[in-house]
Every structure is written in C-alpha cells, then in structure tokens.
Design a protein around this ligand. Structure first.
Ligand code: NAD
Length: 358
C-alpha cells in the first residue's frame, strides 16, 4: 500500500528530528511491506527566507493533497523581530485551520526506563502511566468574543467561552472512538458546577456515552482532575476536555513523564489525514548540533501510523523499539540532565531505534 506524506521540517532542530522519523518510517515500510512516499514543503522561518511568507499556498495545497502530514517545529530568534502576522508561528495556526484540525491528542506516557525522570515520588509512578489527553482545539474561550470596555472600576478586559453542541459532539465522538481503541475508559473534564458551557458539554457527553456502552465513562471537575493527575496518574486512560482545560492539563501531565523531547502529538479533523508533530519547539539553542532528542517526533510518526493509516502493529513496533532502546540505557542529552554520564546524539539514538525495529 502506498502512503503519501507531506513533510514540514521547519526550523531549528526540525530538519534533524523529521529526518530521524523518516528513517524510522522507511524501516517500518521495509519490514511490513508499505510504500511511504515523502514530499517536503516549506513552513515557518525557512519559508519566510525562501519565499517571503511563513505558510506558502503550495504548502497548504501539498498537505491537502497528501495522506498525512509530519511537522518538525517552526520559529527561532532570526525571525523574532517580525510582527505577529508575519512570524513563523503564524503558519502553525494557518495550517491547522486550513486542514480543519479540531482534535488535539497529547499522550503522556511514562516509559518504565524513565521513571526516575518523573517529578512524582517513586511509589506513585512504579506502575507507570499512559494517558491520552483529547483536547478540543478550535473552539472555547480561545476563540470567543473578547475585548476591552469600561466597567464599574474603569477599564476592564473580557474573554467569553462558547461551545456549540456540534463542537462538543465532534470532539466527544473522537474521544469515545479513541477510548474504544485503547482500554475503553474515558474521563470527561469540565466545570459543570459553575459554567454553562460545561453543563452543555456534560449533557452532550452523557448522550454520546449511551452510544458507547462498552466505554466506562466518568465526569470530573477540572480542579479535581488537576489534583488527581498528580495524586494517581495511573487511574486515567483517555481524558477529553475543552480547549483551555486541555491546554493546562496536558502540560501538567506531560511534565510528569520527564523530558519535553519525549512528547508526541496529533492534530485531527474530519478526514483521516491529520498532522503529527512533537509538542516541543525548534530548540534553537541546540539546532544543527546533532543533540536533539528525536523520540517525540518518532512517536508522532507512530501516532500517524495508528490514527491516519490504521497500522496498529506498525505503530506498536515503533513504540516497543523506543521502549527497548531506553531500557537498554541509551539517552540523549536532555534525558541525562546535568549528569556526566555519556549520552548519544540524535543520529545515534535514531540508529539504535532502527536496530531495535529490526
Ligand atoms: P523549545 O521547546 O524549542 O525549547 C525549550 C528547551 O527544550 C530548550 O532548552 C531546548 O533545547 C529543549 N528541547 C526542546 N526540544 C528538544 C529535543 N527534541 N531534544 C532536546 N532538547 C529539546 O521552546 P522555546 O525555546 O520556548 O522555543 C524556541 C522556538 O520554537 C520559538 O521560536 C518558539 O516560538 C518555537 N516553538 C514552536 C513550536 C512548534 O513549532 N510547534 C512549539 C513551541 C515553540
């Protein structure tokens, strides 16, 4: 089977980590008999340098014509002087909007070999955890009416949150479908004791839950969820929540796993295409030095196989290889911290993962 993948390498460490993920996908293709074809497109600062804009139309068209999209990262000090609309980061919002990506998946998985890197006490993480946070990405308070006005005490600012049944239903359905592919446990996080949008969210989720009797469903208030995440992360499997709650809870959960260089993500819409990228940025401080941890991008490629192409065994093969390499003690610099222990480069880590895939 042939799969056409648009590559948006971007800036900083983007080209290094995307090259690592491509090497892994090629190895998976050879092992399982798939034909992955890659077409690079410009995005971010490199696009500004080449054609004067962060998101050329050719990039949008190329992504729309592809079966899936793999993104590195964009931005860097070279373009920091530019105004908002012209900045490399503007391309991220543009490509998400152009591809209609309203579901953001951020898995927070603690690899057994990295238990010591978690800020949680050893007894809390001894059994590990593997949480999938499903965050609504294109609605809620980040997109509601906002502004300034004169209030009772003079100048005041306001932001409003609105969610339609349609928006809640489509993110809710995505979360139930993901729960069905995992251990069939779903927690919906809201603030229904205070917010009207959360009450509609909860009512809509309950209606959807009736369609998925196989899924063990529970509601949790967001303040309780934030506490439960650090008290006992193992209790969660899939969490679905609104844009702002998901933004905050996913950062909290990600930090429980250790390094930012480990965390993959997927942004999904109505089609299976999606866009897959590490959650970290372009790391200009280590760009071009072969020091970047490629694992977040490699795990993002695994998510692409699972969610865009339905290649579950192939995705698991990548995840198992990462697990094995970490268990064997291989570490990039970010996983070692200030220790003097020997670490491997981006290409060495990639080579070990390729070896583990076989
Ligand atoms: P960053 O994530 O790029 O880096 C933060 C720290 O983490 C740095 O010390 C960096 O070296 C380290 N780091 C990040 N990824 C790593 C990896 N894979 N391996 C090893 N170490 C890694 O965040 P920042 O420094 O705040 O931002 C740098 C640039 O990236 C900015 O221009 C920012 O706007 C942009 N950015 C882009 C995205 C994106 O493209 N999705 C996301 C966040 C930030």
């Amino acid at each position: 089977m042939q799969y056409n993948i648009a590559l948006l390498k971007g800036d900083g460490i983007g080209p290094e980590i995307v090259d690592s993920a491509v090497a892994v996908l090629e190895r998976i293709g050879a092992k399982f008999g798939h034909d992955f074809r890659f077409t690079p497109y410009l995005i971010g600062g490199c696009a500004i340098d080449a054609v004067g804009m962060p998101l050329p139309q050719e990039t949008v068209d190329g992504c729309l014509a592809s079966d899936s999209v793999l993104l590195g990262a964009v931005g860097g000090p070279k373009w920091d002087h530019l105004s908002g609309e012209q900045r490399p980061e503007k391309a991220l919002l543009g490509i998400r909007a152009a591809l209609g990506l309203y579901t953001n998946l951020r898995p927070a998985k603690l690899f057994p070999a990295l238990r010591g890197a978690s800020p949680l006490r050893a007894d809390l993480v001894s059994a590990g955890f593997d949480i999938m946070i499903v965050r609504e990405l294109t609605g809620g308070i980040y997109f509601g009416d906002r502004g300034y006005r004169t209030g009772r005490y003079g100048e005041e600012a306001f932001d409003t949150e609105a969610y339609s049944v349609h928006e809640i239903e489509r993110i809710g359905r995505a979360a139930f479908e993901i729960a069905m592919k995992r251990s069939r446990r779903l927690t919906s996080v809201d603030k229904a004791n205070v917010l009207e949008t959360s009450r509609l969210w909860r009512k809509t989720m309950h209606r959807l839950a009736e369609e998925y009797p196989e899924v063990a469903y529970q509601d949790l208030f967001v303040d309780n969820a934030a506490m439960q995440l650090v008290r006992n992360p193992q209790q969660f499997d899939v969490i679905v929540t609104s844009n702002m709650f998901g933004d905050i809870l996913s950062d909290e959960a990600s930090q429980l796993t250790g390094s930012i260089g480990m965390l993959a993500s997927a942004s999904l819409g109505e089609t299976t295409r999606g866009m897959y990228e590490p959650i970290h940025g372009s790391a200009p401080d280590i760009a071009g030095q072969n020091k970047a941890n490629p694992i977040a991008t490699i795990l993002s490629a695994a998510m692409m196989l699972r969610y865009a192409f339905g290649l579950t065994d192939e995705a698991k093969c990548i995840e198992d290889a990462v697990d094995a390499v970490l268990a064997a003690g291989f570490r990039t610099a970010d996983l070692i911290g200030d220790s003097d222990a020997a670490c491997c480069s981006c290409t060495e880590m990639t080579a070990e993962i390729l070896k583990a895939i076989g």
